[in-house]
Design a protein around this ligand. Structure first.
Ligand code: ATP
Ligand code: MG
Length: 449
């Protein structure tokens, strides 16, 4: 037990004190202790206690039976809830994911032993101080993710721990300890027993972390081979092209490192070149080309994200951005060409498009870098002007609508849409035309053609 003081929220101390006063042991445990020692803000504060669930419920006025079978009761204080779980020992695991049964114990030591990694197996209370029975503090200092006890047994019990290992490595910037790594390699096939939702949750935490490059560890350990074989196919695929310095897989990693750490942007980066392996052709000069990779990549990304059971909003936004990511801004960009482009992509998606383009460039070679930077600075300046001037970019922004066109004697039907599209084209070329009288005149002359 070390002399280490953790600043617990008042409500957590209060719950622990009330359990202590009733004669039970109680501690903050797991992630919150780990994060506090590291000086990181804990996600949530979990409490572990020798009190049985019924005993916990008798002490606190407002509780919810969150997972009573597994010993978890949520204690409500004010508008906050805290999970209080009875010390427990997991029974046999037969499906590589869930214990057949759990049994309760009065020993903290046994409860800590069932936890996945040494850095997650520490408990703390103000009166006892830190309880670190499995070397968690040492591993925090050494920046290591190390299984508690026999690593083979731990991954055999619960294969989700494999994903958790790389996810914590990425969030904390740690390495996975040697024997733990070897055991992971021997157990990756059991990842197929873990639900898609749980895999996706851990993968998302991994790639939206400060160290998305840890996906390479997942590749080397054979994890992506099971959960994301499409990524494995990009590793080592050459890009013999002056613009590139990395193979496709390593370029993908570099792009992830250069995008904002949101779910949408990081998945776009992960999948933006996912179809490059099958699109690769080499010309007579030995230069590689990847025609159609953005369009095919959008389809492939959609398929993978559906397999991972991701939410539709993310799937939609990511595939749209992948589809457009290679759409060229080449040569001279004018306000006119940029307005057209913003209209195609949807003006609201344009900042994301620029972010992915910039990240994509950052993951390339320095060939013509100055030139490319200059083009982007120019685009960003023009973009700001277009937004500031409030230019018309969609049919909805036109000074006329379908009803106005029908009043010219044109019947409801596809013709109306055709005319509105024509008017939008004209207005994007010359925003000053966006006046009702001008547009009506334009519509009439279009009709006479
Ligand atoms: P986060 O910051 O993501 O909340 P965490 O370590 O708190 O990280 P939780 O999923 O909230 O992770 O779990 C709380 C604690 O429960 C862990 O610190 C660990 O001690 C234990 N735990 C969670 N999942 C497992 C598991 N699959 N196997 C063993 N122990 C686990
Ligand atoms: Mg937690």
């Amino acid at each position: 037990m070390r002399d280490l003081k953790i600043n617990m929220p008042v409500k957590v101390s209060k719950i622990i004190n009330m359990l202590n006063s009733a004669g039970f042991e109680a501690y903050a445990v797991g992630g919150c202790v780990r994060d506090s020692v590291l000086g990181r803000e804990p996600n949530d504060w979990d409490i572990t206690t020798s009190a049985m669930p019924e005993e916990v419920k008798a002490i606190f006025r407002r509780t919810v039976d969150t997972g009573i079978k597994h010993g978890t009761v949520t204690v409500l204080l004010g508008d906050e809830g805290f999970e209080v779980t009875t010390f427990r020992v997991d029974g046999e695991y037969t499906d590589h994911r869930h214990p057949e049964e759990v049994s309760f114990t009065r020993e903290l030591e046994e409860d800590l032993l069932r936890r996945d990694f040494t850095i997650n197996a520490m408990a703390y209370s103000d009166s006892t101080g830190l309880v670190d029975l499995y070397g968690g503090i040492n591993d925090l200092e050494d920046k290591l993710i190390k299984a508690v006890g026999d690593p083979d047994a731990r991954f055999d019990e619960d294969a989700l721990r494999i994903m958790r290992a790389v996810r914590f490595a990425a969030q904390l910037g740690f390495d996975i300890e040697g024997r733990t790594k070897e055991a992971i390699i021997r157990h990756t096939e059991f990842l197929s027993d873990v639900s898609a939702e749980r895999i996706e949750a851990e993968l998302t935490k991994l790639i939206t972390s400060a160290h998305p490059e840890k996906l390479i560890d997942a590749y080397e350990l054979g994890i992506t081979g099971v959960i994301l074989p499409e990524f494995d196919m990009t590793m080592g695929v050459p890009q013999n092209n002056p613009y590139h310095k990395y193979d496709v897989g390593r370029h993908i990693i570099a792009v992830m490192q250069n995008t904002p750490a949101t779910k949408m942007m990081r998945y776009t980066a992960l999948f933006h070149d996912i179809s490059k392996p099958e699109c690769r052709t080499t010309d007579e000069r030995g230069i590689d080309h990847f025609k159609m990779h953005a369009v095919l990549g959008a389809d492939k990304a959609r398929e993978i994200m559906r397999r991972l059971k991701m939410d539709n909003d993310t799937i939609h936004a990511v595939t749209r951005l992948i589809y457009w990511h290679d759409y060229g801004i080449k040569g001279d960009v004018t306000k006119r060409s940029l307005r057209r482009m913003m209209s195609k992509l949807g003006a609201e998606n344009f900042p994301d498009y620029l972010a992915i383009r910039r990240a994509d460039m950052a993951g390339q070679s320095d060939f013509r870098k100055e030139e490319k930077d200059e083009i982007y600075r120019n685009i960003e300046a023009l973009y700001e002007e277009i937004i500031a001037e409030g230019d018309c970019l969609t049919i909805k922004d036109l000074a006329v609508n379908g009803g106005d066109i029908m009043k010219l004697g044109i019947p409801a039907g596809p013709k109306i849409g055709e005319i509105l599209s024509y008017l939008l084209e004209r207005v994007m070329d010359d925003p000053s035309l966006n006046e009702k009288s001008d547009l009506i005149t334009l519509a009439e002359t279009y009709e006479m053609k």
